[in-house]
Design a protein around this ligand. Structure first.
Ligand SMILES: *Cc1c(COP(=O)(O)O)cnc(C)c1O
Length: 375
């Protein structure tokens, strides 16, 4: 079953020019998503951009509905953005409640910057030695000192650790605290159907949509409490708060491509893909576990396809990444401490293969890393 999923996924897109271990940054799009975007650009040239986007409305609605299916929200709760950071900034800048947020020590650096820019004070949720949320201790801390919102990134950019999203969602519901979820790495990768008060993600990562698209989902009771900073620039029929936040110039072709990509994800089966990604993570950590000069950061069985390698012998992940691309056509990510400034102390090398990775490719990567160490 997993083999056929891998084969179908690979057949559905252009052949890779080498080994792609960079889905945490940007997955490879499929033909259907690429064609949908190109077709829409052609249609814009034929009938005009404003007419073409009206004709595309059912596909865009299906895209929003697919995000709703993956998050436990309603289709009308979901809007498109230009990315995850844009979505968080929209949400925080319209926040009318108390501007204090409880989040992980390992919170994504750009999110911390957006929280600060919007005047939010931070408190840290309790974690164990891996950086994993301690749910019981968090429940006690949140009951004692109630923040304006709880923010969780269930899967970070700098470490392939799956955070306990479901249990935290329950805690927040019990305490009546709004939970906001950064699912940039988690959507299509971990189970996100917990109906959080707000959730946002990117198109280009594990869902393999185009770049420059994201989504924001907000449940109605929270949306009603948001105050957009300015009204839409054109007069027209009254818009809901979320419609106001979505309003404005956008790349409709890219949104269409994403809608098609997430539709393909659902058709392949979110559960199947998540199970295969967990397996891919285990296989990756097993393949590179003994490479000299590097230490695998995650527990081997962590159910994510993100593996990070910390240098034990002075290797520079940025240099190794560049060498792997130039000499072996293997694409990885060098993660700087800026990605998680309160947790990451040295740069790490991230391997993030998608469901189609082969054991040959993982063995090639392990051999290349060993060669890089000899340079
Ligand atoms: C990539 C990423 C983001 C930012 O996503 P954009 O779509 O580039 O704005 C936010 N959070 C996490 C955890 C990410 O990995």
């Amino acid at each position: 079953m997993t083999d056929t999923l891998a084969e179908r996924w690979r057949r559905a897109r252009p052949q890779p020019a080498g080994v792609h271990l960079d889905s945490g940054a940007c997955s490879r799009q499929g033909f259907a998503a690429i064609d949908a975007a190109a077709q829409h650009a052609r249609h814009e040239a034929e009938v005009g951009g404003y007419v073409a986007v009206e004709a595309a409305a059912p596909v865009l609605d299906a895209g929003r509905a697919a995000v709703a299916a993956l998050t436990g929200l309603a289709p009308s709760d979901v809007i498109f953005t230009t990315g995850a950071n844009h979505a968080l900034n929209l949400l925080l800048s319209c926040w009318t409640g108390d501007r204090s947020v409880a989040c992980l020590v390992g919170e994504y650096g750009p999110n911390l910057a957006l929280m600060a820019a919007n005047g939010f004070g931070l408190s840290a949720l309790p974690v164990d030695e891996h950086g994993r949320l301690r749910v019981g201790a968090a429940a006690e801390a949140l009951a004692r000192k109630r923040p304006g919102l709880v923010h969780l990134t269930p899967l970070g950019s700098h470490r392939g650790l799956a955070q306990p999203l479901g249990p935290l969602a329950e805690v927040c519901r019990d305490l009546g605290l709004p939970l906001v979820v950064d699912a940039a790495q988690a959507l299509g990768h971990l189970d996100c159907t917990v109906a959080p008060d707000a959730i946002y993600s990117s198109s280009r990562k594990w869902l393999a949509g185009p770049r420059g698209v994201g989504v924001l989902g907000v449940r109605p009771h929270l949306a009603d409490r948001l105050r957009p900073r300015f009204p839409p620039s054109e007069c027209g029929p009254p818009l809901t708060v979320l419609q106001q936040l979505e309003f404005g110039e956008s790349n409709a072709a890219a949104r269409l491509g994403f809608s098609v990509a997430i539709g393909e994800h659902l058709a392949a089966g979110d559960g199947h893909i998540r199970a295969r990604l967990a397996e891919v993570g285990r296989l990756t950590r097993a393949a590179v576990g003994d490479v000299p000069g590097w230490r695998v950061v995650e527990p081997v069985d962590e159910p994510t396809a993100i593996t990070t390698l910390a240098p034990t012998d002075g290797a520079d992940p940025h240099e190794v990444r560049a060498w792997l691309i130039a000499e072996r056509r293997i694409v990885t990510t060098a993660c700087d401490p800026r990605r998680a400034p309160r947790e990451l102390t040295v740069p790490v090398l991230r391997l993030s293969p998608h469901v189609d990775v082969t054991s040959d490719e993982l063995d090639l990567t392990a051999a290349a890393l060993a060669d890089a160490a000899r340079l």
